[in-house]
Design a protein around this ligand. Structure first.
Ligand code: HPA
Length: 250
C-alpha cells in the first residue's frame, strides 16, 4: 500500500477529498468491526493520503452510532500515524461564527453511552492515557503553520464541547457550555480524540463552524437548518484542499 502520510476523517458535508488521484478503496475489517465506509487511499501532489467519511459516504451513520474505534483502527491498519479530523460544529464563542475554521486545543466530553475506550476488549490492558492536551500539540503546530503558509485563515485554539446528538442543543445547554468554557459544539469530537490517544495516533481537529449554536448568535431565535449548515460548510471548506496538500508536503 506504500506510505500513507496522513489520514483525513471527514464530517458532515465533507464526504470526499477534492483532487485525490489514483484512488484505491479499502474496506478493512478491524477487531472492532467495520468502519463507517471505505477508506479511499489516493495521491495528492505525489503523496499518499487516506480519506474516510465519518458518517459514511451517504451520511447514514448518526454521531452516537459511529464505530469510532473501527474508523481509527482501519486508518492505523493501513499505516496512518497522523489523523486530521474534520468536524462540523456550531459556534459558541464570539470568535467562532459561521464559516470560521478553528484548530481547537481543548475539549469537554458531554457524550454518554458510547464505546469510548479500547479497554473493554477481553484481554486488553487497562490504559489510563494522558489526555491533558487532547489534541497532539506537534500536529496542531503543523496545521497552524501550514495554514499560515497557505493563507488559510484559522483560529488557533478553542474548547470543543462534544454533545450526544443527534438533536441539536437547547439554548440552556449552550448557555451552560459557554459557562463551562466551550467555544465550539459538535457531536463527533469524542470519543474519537480519546481513542486516537489510546491507539497512539497523532490527532488534530479542524473544526468547521456551520452555524451559531442555539441562542449564541446575534439573533437568539434563529432556527438552525441543514441547508444553512451545508452551505456554510461548503463555503468554509474551500481552504481545506490547500491545507491538506500543505500537510502532505511537510
Ligand atoms: N451543535 C452540535 N453539533 C453541530 C452543530 C451544533 O449547533 N452544528 C454542526 N454540528
Amino acid at each position: 500500500m506504500g506510505d500513507v502520510a496522513l489520514g483525513v476523517i471527514g464530517g458532515t458535508g465533507l464526504y470526499a477529498l477534492a483532487g485525490l488521484e489514483d484512488v484505491e478503496s479499502h474496506q478493512p475489517v478491524t477487531r472492532y468491526g467495520a468502519p463507517s465506509g471505505p477508506v479511499r487511499i489516493g495521491t495528492l501532489d505525489g503523496r499518499r493520503v487516506a480519506f474516510l467519511a465519518r458518517h459514511g459516504e451517504g451520511h447514514s451513520v448518526p454521531p452516537h452510532l459511529v464505530n469510532y474505534r473501527a474508523n481509527l483502527a482501519a486508518l492505523q491498519a493501513i499505516g496512518v500515524q497522523q489523523v486530521l479530523a474534520l468536524n462540523t460544529v456550531g459556534g459558541i464563542g464570539e470568535r467562532f461564527g459561521p464559516r470560521v475554521l478553528a484548530c481547537p486545543d481543548q475539549l469537554i466530553d458531554y457524550t454518554w453511552g458510547r464505546v469510548s475506550t479500547l479497554c473493554e476488549e477481553p484481554g486488553s490492558e487497562v490504559l489510563h492515557v494522558d489526555f491533558g492536551d487532547p489534541y497532539t500539540p506537534a500536529l496542531r503546530t503543523k496545521v497552524l503553520a501550514v495554514a499560515a503558509d497557505e493563507g488559510v485563515v484559522l483560529v488557533d485554539g478553542g474548547c470543543y464541547g462534544a454533545t450526544q446528538g443527534p438533536r441539536l442543543e437547547t439554548k440552556a445547554e449552550i448557555a451552560r457550555m459557554r459557562r463551562d468554557g466551550c467555544d465550539l459544539v459538535g457531536m463527533t469530537g469524542m470519543p474519537e480524540a480519546g481513542l486516537a490517544r489510546e491507539l497512539g495516533l497523532d490527532y488534530a481537529c479542524l473544526a468547521i463552524v456551520a452555524n451559531w449554536a442555539a441562542g449564541a448568535g446575534p439573533d437568539p431565535d434563529e432556527v438552525i437548518t441543514l441547508e444553512d449548515v451545508l452551505a456554510n460548510v461548503a463555503a468554509a471548506s474551500s481552504g481545506i484542499p490547500a491545507l491538506v496538500r500543505g500537510m502532505l508536503a511537510r
